[in-house]
Design a protein around this ligand. Structure first.
Ligand SMILES: NC(=O)C1=CN([C@@H]2O[C@H](COP(=O)(O)OP(=O)(O)OC[C@H]3O[C@@H](n4cnc5c(N)ncnc54)[C@H](O)[C@@H]3O)[C@@H](O)[C@H]2O)C=CC1
Ligand SMILES: O=C(O)C(=O)[C@H](O)COP(=O)(O)O
Length: 384
């Protein structure tokens, strides 16, 4: 069996090498011709698998029977076309959700530091309360931060209690976090969910953060609002037209990163492992690899805090010891200047440094800061 795997899937040799002949390729280069002699395909979000590609592959004699994406998002894959071609499909729900929450916390703490506010002074609106938004809601609420949730599909299925309309969040929240999938059609379509009208309605001082999909926001309208009187802020990890993103929008965002919110090693390896399990099941084989076989020890596992820190400072210190979002912002600037936008964007992702999740860190607290324990635990740290 021949298994074609995106070059940016870590752990592929261990997970797929024992199941067949492993072939690696950059994800953006995987096209119909590349699928000719392949039985299984393992991708990330940058490989578009649409009807035309699958039809062309079939016309060239492709024998593809399984596609797995090591990502949460599935908008890059036409699942109906796969089904029509009799090709099984699997994705990796929730695999990197914790990493995205770390990214959001890191971004909020960075802006709070820059602009002189505290986390618990802000009311946060979460749009899309699934694996990512649900975890964010749980962590922020446990930290005592007021949150409002908007998720019409869940409200429809589970009842309205606990859910608000998007308009309410726009009216009353200081921070709006978008964690919706990209859905182009239907009653809950998210394409340009934040359109020009809703962007115009954001109150001065609002912070808009998008770590869902770029197309959920009208980028041109956001650029025009940000270029006006400097009254709202944006943190953008995802963009329309990736990797050739709008440089003007990048310049106007307080934090601009190259679609890496979920790029912890833990998250990526969970994704690889979930697709390994799905492929084993598809082949009728027992799962051979456990997640623990893949995850190495973190380079930093323990930290001691003492004296003179308030809650935001303590969390900022711990989070930055594990992951500093400013590094990803700087690297997008540097690499896009060096290589041009599209190549620079992809270079940051291809050479992404080792990043672990906040939960891999245990914090020891001195007596002076022992009272911070519940708050740091709520944020996702282990405390001893
Ligand atoms: N920036 C990054 O690195 C990453 C981005 N993502 C993106 O984030 C998205 C969300 O991830 P998960 O939470 O794991 O997915 P999920 O499928 O668990 O949750 C998505 C939630 O959005 C809700 N939703 C759908 N349409 C909506 C609408 N019109 N308005 C409000 N809510 C709506 C759904 O009901 C669901 O509860 C993924 O689809 C992916 O596109 C995911 C991981 C990493
Ligand atoms: O899981 C998703 O969905 C994501 O957006 C990924 O975290 C992004 O990873 P890539 O597939 O774009 O490397």
């Amino acid at each position: 069996m021949r298994i074609l795997v995106d070059a940016n899937v870590p752990g592929a040799e261990v997970c797929f090498g024992r199941l067949g002949e492993l072939v690696r390729m950059p994800g953006r280069e995987i096209d119909a011709a590349a699928l000719r002699d392949v039985d299984a395909l393992v991708i990330r979000s940058i490989t578009r698998l649409d009807e035309a590609t699958l039809d062309a592959a079939k016309a060239q004699g492709a024998r593809l029977r399984f596609v797995g994406t090591c990502t949460i998002g599935t908008d890059h894959v036409d699942q109906s076309a796969l089904a029509r071609h009799g090709i099984a499909f699997a994705s990796a729900p929730g695999c990197n959700a914790e990493a995205v929450v770390d990214y959001v916390l890191g971004s909020l703490l960075t802006l709070a530091e820059r602009q002189g506010w505290r986390l618990n002074e802000r009311r946060v609106g979460i749009v899309g309360v699934g694996n990512v938004g649900g975890r964010l809601l749980a962590r922020l609420t446990a930290m005592g931060i007021e949150c409002l949730a908007c998720d019409p599909p869940r409200a429809e299925a589970e009842g309205c209690e606990g859910f608000e309309a998007l308009e309410t969040l726009i009216d009353v929240c200081d921070v709006l976090c978008l964690h919706t999938p990209l859905v182009r059609e239907g009653p809950h379509a998210t394409h340009h969910l934040l359109d020009a009208r809703r962007i115009a309605e954001l109150s001065p001082g609002t912070l808009l953060l998008n770590a869902g999909r770029g197309d959920c926001i009208d980028g041109l309208a956001l650029r025009q609002r940000l270029a006006g009187p400097a009254d709202i802020d944006a943190v953008l990890d995802v963009w329309e037209g990736e990797p050739a993103i709008d440089p003007a929008l990048r310049d106007l965002a307080q934090i601009a990163t190259p679609h890496i919110a979920g790029h912890s090693l833990d998250g990526k390896l969970r994704g690889t492992h979930q697709i390994h399990a799905a492929l084993c099941q598809h082949l009728g084989l027992p799962r051979r690899i456990g997640l623990d076989d893949l995850l190495p020890q973190p380079p930093l596992s323990r930290l001691r805090l003492q004296g003179g820190l308030d809650v935001d400072e303590a969390l900022r210190l711990c989070l930055r010891a594990v992951y500093d979002v400013r590094r990803d912002h700087d690297s997008l600037w540097r690499e896009s200047r060096r290589l041009g936008m599209a190549r620079g964007f992809d270079a940051c992702r291809a050479r992404y440094p080792l990043r672990r999740e906040l939960s891999t860190l245990t914090v020891e607290l001195g007596a002076e800061v022992a009272s911070l324990a519940p708050w740091l635990q709520a944020a996702g740290l282990k405390v001893c």
